[in-house]
Design a protein around this ligand. Structure first.
Ligand code: COA
Length: 147
């Protein structure tokens, strides 16, 4: 079945965030500060009516990058049984197109160590030493120039 990528509400991200990213922790941790800000974008991948992948884009800057025009990618999650089917890639590429239309120069994320290979495939580069996020584990900061 083909995959449709489209904008979704913050509420629609919660089930998959919880299933993929917050297992073993309270469901309330699936909410992120700024989820309902006007500048925040939530994007979903759909197989028919079923949401099988999500990500969120937050207007947020890291001082590791010089550009003033930055968005942060957060809550990147694909339902486990659909991993390896290009859904994550489609979500990121759709996001890049949308951010370019908004003249955003840099997309960055705190990448879990286990996902670094995924972001590298999408041409993100590492720009920090490894750091630890409590209850989640080792991360590195990665970014991609969009323009
Ligand atoms: C990371 C994740 C979003 C990738 O989504 P996906 O739909 O399985 O990835 P895709 O099928 O689009 O993969 C795109 C490419 O990245 C590679 N890839 C995917 N996940 C990878 C990983 N964890 N490590 C290394 N490479 C990976 C794929 O093999 C593919 O490579 P190809 O171009 O050679 O075919 C998904 O595995 C996931 O939800 N993981 C758990 C949550 C998580 O870690 N989120 C990121 C938090 S920072």
């Amino acid at each position: 079945m083909s995959i449709e990528i489209k904008y979704i509400s913050s509420r629609e991200t919660i089930d998959l965030r919880y299933l993929v990213l917050r297992q073993g922790r309270p469901r309330s941790t699936s909410h992120m500060e700024g989820d309902d800000s006007k500048s925040t974008k939530h994007i979903g991948a759909f197989m028919g009516s079923r949401c099988v992948g999500i990500l969120s884009l937050f207007l947020s800057r890291t001082n590791k990058l010089k550009s003033h025009s930055q968005y942060q990618l957060r809550g990147m999650a694909v339902e486990p049984q659909f991993h390896g089917q290009d859904i994550g890639r489609k979500l990121v590429l759709f996001s890049e197109c949308e951010l370019k239309k908004m003249n955003v120069e840099m997309l960055w994320c705190n990448a879990r160590e286990i996902a670094v290979g995924f972001y590298k495939k999408l041409n993100f580069e590492i720009i920090s030493d490894q750091f630890h996020i409590p209850e989640v584990g080792p991360h590195v900061l990665m970014y991609k120039r969009l323009s």
